[in-house]
Design a protein. Structure first.
Length: 203
């Protein structure tokens, strides 16, 4: 959970589990920004409630729901514009899964990828591309890029991500589920974009 609060640690998270008739069958209580819960077998749905204890201010950004992995195998890198979730996964492929964080304040994913990226359509593409390249430069093997819901509505630069990365990493095999259409950047536009990126990195 990503929030700003004053004073600190003055809230509680309750998770209510309900049956098919809407009756609460169990409630779990948590304090702190990170918590793990197990879904009861007899529950039909659940709600997550953020409760005020006595804080003066509270700014809620979003909450990330993710399948529990091995202890200490998940690292969250959250910036103002991007959120990366890094998994310690042994695979011949480096799998990058890109999610849109525009529509909801609850982001849901599983741990099938090495790296999850949550990005908004309002985020500058150069910022996204620079962050992705920085991650990929430290990885070996093939690159597999997958996208979540709504990424297809992103800009032409996002739709051309595979071509851009293939130009930047000519010796790497890149697989993707991004559907190529006529709305992708030309080779010249890709070169200009990468040139601008190199100039930005050189500053």
């Amino acid at each position: 959970m990503f929030i700003q609060e004053n004073p600190k640690n003055q809230f509680r998270v309750d998770i209510d589990f309900r049956d098919q008739f809407g009756q609460i069958t169990a409630t779990q209580y948590f304090e702190g920004l990170h918590f793990t819960f197990q879904y009861p077998h007899n529950a039909a749905h659940y709600s997550i409630n953020l409760n005020n204890i006595k804080h003066e201010t509270l700014v809620f950004y979003d909450i990330l729901l993710i399948e529990k992995a091995e202890e200490n195998s998940v690292r969250v890198e959250r910036g103002e514009e991007l959120t990366f979730i890094k998994f310690q996964a042994s695979s011949e492929k480096f799998q990058l899964l890109i999610h849109s964080s525009d529509r909801e304040s609850i982001m849901v994913s599983d741990s099938t990828a090495n790296l999850l990226l949550f990005v908004s359509r309002e985020t500058n593409f150069q910022t996204v591309l620079s962050a992705i390249i920085d991650k990929l430069e430290t990885q070996g093997g093939h690159i597999e890029i997958k996208t979540g819901a709504d990424v297809a509505k992103f800009s032409i630069e996002f739709q051309s991500l595979t071509e851009i990365l293939q130009t930047y990493f000519p010796d790497r095999k890149i697989e993707t589920d991004i559907k190529n259409t006529t709305d992708i950047l030309t080779e010249y536009e890709i070169q200009m974009l990468l040139l601008a990126l190199q100039k930005q990195k050189g500053k």
